[in-house]
Design a binder for this molecule. Structure first.
Ligand SMILES: Cc1cc2nc3c(=O)[nH]c(=O)nc-3n(C[C@H](O)[C@H](O)[C@H](O)COP(=O)(O)OP(=O)(O)OC[C@H]3O[C@@H](n4cnc5c(N)ncnc54)[C@H](O)[C@@H]3O)c2cc1C
Length: 373
């Protein structure tokens, strides 16, 4: 029987980072992935993901973000390629503006409070309402999810990790001296298990009912009418809650399209295997309407449409903890549509929990027992 120190189930954003940090600490580690590495079936594809220091969702994320930035830069040096691009971030809309401002004042983060007119003057791709209060943070930008996964996996393999894709984990059970894991290709044993199965976590990690759902999201890339206004040097990433909806977006990068998405927290969902992955005209309409209203020079012909899956927990905060029913298993799940920027630091935290049984990071916000015993 093959035996490992740690088996990581799911080699997406979080699993690849966990593998990397465990391998760095000398653990004999196996990563098992159901689809390809990287793949476009989970939550970690689509070329770009926003990263930002001010965190409107909760101020407790800020110390983790500081470390995440450091670790992305470290990984870049090791991989020899740029993974993190700084553009600045524009944020507006009541909850976002107030939350980001609170986070800046709690943690002394540099920021500017300006208005839509000033944003349009500095970044002419934007045409926001002139008197809209806006918070601008220079540290915002984007990371490249597929390249980050590849860099983490390469770093893990270089340190001896075994990584196997196109192999679905079917079952795992605690045994006397660890965990037995049954996959489509055989059985392995391990001292510890790390469960990072993204939108599939509810079943794969055998979680108490109702903790993680898969929710379908749509993304569009539109060809800018004036491409120079939508280059990374001219267009900061954004989070905008306007007209009762929350949209986010990116400069053109990787493909010739200005990218935007709409946070659809309550969209079609449940079992990720039953979610339609094919984008449709109906997916495009709200994205195009938004682009035409607030980024008119960006709303040219469609370049690409894609779907992706969010993995919300009930309160949209992460789940990072020892498994509630299995002492040998650690769970990293429920990243709720805002986790990618944290992968680097979550990998480190998961490795802490496996190797030391605890972490120096403040992660009480992510414990299972917040939902009851
Ligand atoms: C449209 C969209 C936009 C987003 N925008 C942002 C953003 O701008 N900034 C940000 O920080 N975050 C963003 N997020 C959220 C972020 O991308 C996710 O929180 C993060 O990618 C989750 O990583 P994960 O490792 O948990 O999931 P994944 O990367 O999906 O990894 C889980 C892996 O587990 C595998 N798996 C599942 N079941 C099994 C099994 N039985 N056996 C083996 N393997 C299995 C899956 O195939 C998958 O590869 C966005 C997400 C989406 C969908």
């Amino acid at each position: 029987m093959e035996r490992y120190d740690v088996v990581v189930v799911g080699v997406g954003g979080m699993g690849s980072a966990a593998l990397y940090h465990l391998a760095r600490r000398g653990k004999r580690v196996l990563g098992v992935e159901r689809f390809d590495i990287p793949n476009d079936m989970g939550s970690s594809h689509g070329i770009t993901r926003i990263i930002r220091l001010a965190y409107f969702e909760h101020s407790d994320y800020v110390p983790l973000l500081r470390r995440a930035y450091e670790l992305w830069r470290e990984l870049e040096r090791e991989a020899g390629e740029q993974l993190l691009h700084i553009t600045g971030i524009v944020e507006a809309g009541e909850r976002i503006y107030e939350g980001a401002l609170r986070s800046c004042s709690d943690h002394g983060l540099a920021h500017e409070t300006i208005d839509g007119r000033e944003i349009g003057r500095r970044f002419p791709g934007y045409q926001l309402p002139a008197d809209l209060p806006v918070i601008f943070q220079r540290d915002g930008g984007f990371v490249l999810p597929e390249r980050c996964i590849v860099a983490h996996v390469n770093g893990a393999i270089a340190r001896g990790a075994v990584v196997r894709a196109r192999e679905r984990v079917l079952e795992w059970n605690e045994i006397e001296n660890g965990v037995r894991v049954r996959t489509e290709r055989g059985v392995v044993e391990t001292e510890r298990l790390v469960l990072t199965a993204g939108a599939w976590s509810q079943d794969v990690a055998k979680l108490p009912a109702g903790l993680v759902r898969g929710v379908r999201q749509a993304l569009a890339w539109f060809q800018p009418k004036q491409p120079e206004l939508f280059a990374p040097e001219r267009l900061p990433v954004f989070n905008l809650a306007l007209d009762g909806e929350h949209f986010y977006g990116f400069p053109a990068f990787g493909i010739p399209g200005f990218k935007l998405g709409r946070y659809d927290h309550f969209g079609d969902g449940g079992d990720p295997d039953s979610i339609s992955r094919e984008p449709s005209m109906a997916d495009e309409v709200p994205l195009r309407t938004f682009a035409e209203r607030y980024f008119p020079e960006g709303a040219g012909p469609t370049i690409a449409l894609k779907t992706c899956v969010f993995e919300p927990s009930p309160d949209e905060h992460f789940l990072i903890d020892r498994h509630p029913d299995a002492a040998s298993a650690i769970v990293g799940a429920g990243f709720s549509g805002h986790g990618f920027k944290f992968c680097s630091v979550v990998g480190e935290i998961l490795a802490d929990l496996v190797v030391d049984g605890r972490t120096s990071y403040a992660i009480d916000l992510f414990r299972f027992d917040r939902f009851g015993p």
